[in-house]
Design a binder for this molecule. Structure first.
Ligand code: FAD
Length: 482
């Protein structure tokens, strides 16, 4: 057993349980240096958005405490990863770098580059899985390519699926005799100030592994049983809200899958709800598979003809959409939930995204960028695959010609208008039959509810029937493109 330390290089994997790289490093018996590097200088990567930066700061605080409770110390550095990692290796004489594999294109390229550099330096570079249930290489079509349709992907993925072994948190993390210097997290200024818009986020979430585990436990106890029915309802708390915890690796997808499988064995939830939840976890894997096979997924449409789409891209309308002022209550409620909490219900995401792309003819990449900045669960694979899905230009996508009617969507998934009342309080006094279409309400109903259209709440940016025809005409143009 050597006294030279090894490094555990952390990215979005802020957990002690189910962490194969940390587990292997501790098992090797050498002192361990857990290291996180904030790289906000290397171009060509998707720099963290504002909401993700806030979450990152909180999860690092929690993780540093968890590590310290086991005798270790989390080291923080800032700068280009390749440079900082090599520096810490040199300063400490570390003999190995353990890490969990990432799948974003810039990250995968960096890992290849680091492997060559560390091989040259004689430093072991040890890569582990754990971020996904299965690697993208494992689920390929018979021809060896990527699945572009979800159902066959799901079938192939779940066939002979063996979960990675559950790993307990290490009891002790042996610190080296001399700890390398670390940045002070406060100097990174990850939380916003002037203005501090993070209060709603702090109220809504508990970043960190214990918050993640508590969320999973709560969901399996109270939400999983009715998940298949409730997950689409905007007025119910029917989904797990595990997405930011999964995005930051505070809980493993395997732990989520195991919790659902345990519920199936214990019959505490019906089979349909359990399978539906598992399917959503596999949608996440599907997104990663797409990103892996199509590294340009965040920037370019998978269906080539969409590169020629005649977008309008009105900047004023984009701003109105971002601020939740489109005049369509269900769209505005979704966008305001996002601003207030850093999260939006999946059904609302589909509605607001469709509205942006099809009613306003604003490129999906503008919506993708806005979500990237504002979502606490911003995830390159899920975000880009989902935007392409809604825009009709992605894999297994909702066909472009299927255009959501925001009024009908509201009436179906928020029948009493409770979701709208919560996030668009200026409409709270309207009755259920008017709340999703205030412009149809009688003047006396509007007056009674204190709503002045065009003043206290905007009129619709665009009329639905007109926007629908316009979108279909735009689509005809690219369909005609040879
Ligand atoms: P649950 O319904 O409880 O699902 C459990 C888990 O399964 C989620 O935490 C998530 O990891 C995964 N999952 C669920 N739905 C999907 C889906 N459609 N695609 C891929 N994985 C899914 N999800 C993100 O994690 N990050 C994003 O940046 C993101 N951007 C999106 C953008 C658009 C336009 C749309 C339509 C969807 C986006 N999603 C994204 C997918 C989905 O909306 C969220 O994963 C989900 O709402 C998270 O809530 P939850 O944890 O309660 O989900």
């Amino acid at each position: 057993m050597s006294s030279a330390p090894v490094i555990v290089w952390l990215r979005n994997d802020f957990r002690l349980r189910d962490h194969p790289a940390l587990n292997a490093a501790v098992a090797a018996g050498s002192p361990v240096i857990p290291l996180y590097i904030l790289d906000d200088e290397t171009p060509g990567q998707w720099a963290l958005g504002g909401a993700s930066r806030w979450w990152l700061g909180k999860t690092i605080e929690a993780f540093a405490r968890d590590i310290a409770a086991r005798g270790g110390k989390l080291i923080l550095r800032r700068g280009a990863v390749a440079r900082e990692l090599a520096r810490v290796v040199e300063e400490t004489g570390a003999t190995a770098v353990y890490f969990m594999r990432g799948y974003e294109p810039s990250v995968a390229a960096l890992e290849d580059q680091l492997k060559l550099a560390f091989d040259d330096m004689g430093v072991a570079f040890k890569r582990y899985g754990g971020r996904l249930l299965r690697t993208p290489e494992e689920t390929r079509t018979k021809a060896g390519g990527a699945y572009q349709v979800f159902t066959p992907f799901w079938r192939a993925f779940t066939k002979d699926l063996t979960l990675p072994r559950a790993l307990a948190a290490p009891d002790r993390i042996k610190a080296p005799s001399r700890t390398p210097k670390s940045d002070d997290l406060r100097d990174w200024q990850l939380s916003p100030s002037k203005p501090d818009w993070s209060r709603g986020l702090a109220k809504a979430w508990q970043p960190g592994e214990s918050g993640a585990r508590a969320r999973l436990a709560e969901f399996t106890k109270t939400g999983l049983a009715t998940y298949a029915i409730d997950r689409n309802q905007l007025d119910r708390d029917g989904t797990s809200r595990l997405s930011p915890h999964l995005a930051f690796g505070e809980i493993s997808p395997a732990a989520c899958w195991r919790a659902a499988a345990d519920a199936a064995r214990g019959k505490s939830a019906n089979d349909q709800s359990i399978e539906t939840f598992m399917r959503e976890l596999v949608w996440r894997e599907f997104s990663y598979s797409l990103l892996f096979h199509f590294p340009k997924l965040p920037e370019e449409p998978l269906r080539r003809e969409f590169a020629e789409f005649p977008w309008l891209g009105d900047a004023g309308q984009l701003k109105a959409w971002q601020r939740g002022k489109t005049g369509y209550p269900i769209v505005d409620a979704g966008m305001r939930e996002l601003w207030a909490t850093g999260y939006m219900h999946n059904r609302a995401r589909m509605i607001v995204a469709s509205f942006l792309v099809k009613h306003l003819l604003i490129p999906w990449t503008a919506g993708e960028a806005c979500f990237w900045d504002t979502l606490v669960d911003a995830d390159l694979a899920n975000n880009s695959a989902s935007w392409q899905w809604v825009a009709g230009c992605g894999a297994d996508a909702a066909p472009y010609f299927r255009i959501f009617n925001p009024v009908l969507q509201g009436e179906k998934f928020d029948p009493n208008g409770d979701y709208v009342r919560r996030w668009v309080p200026e409409l709270a006094g309207l009755t259920a039959d008017a709340i999703h279409k205030p412009w149809t309400a009688k003047p006396e109903s509007l007056a009674q509810a204190g709503v002045v259209l065009g003043k206290s709440y905007p009129r619709p940016l665009v009329e639905h029937a007109y926007a629908r025809v316009r979108a279909l005409q735009a689509y005809e143009q690219i369909k005609a493109t040879p």
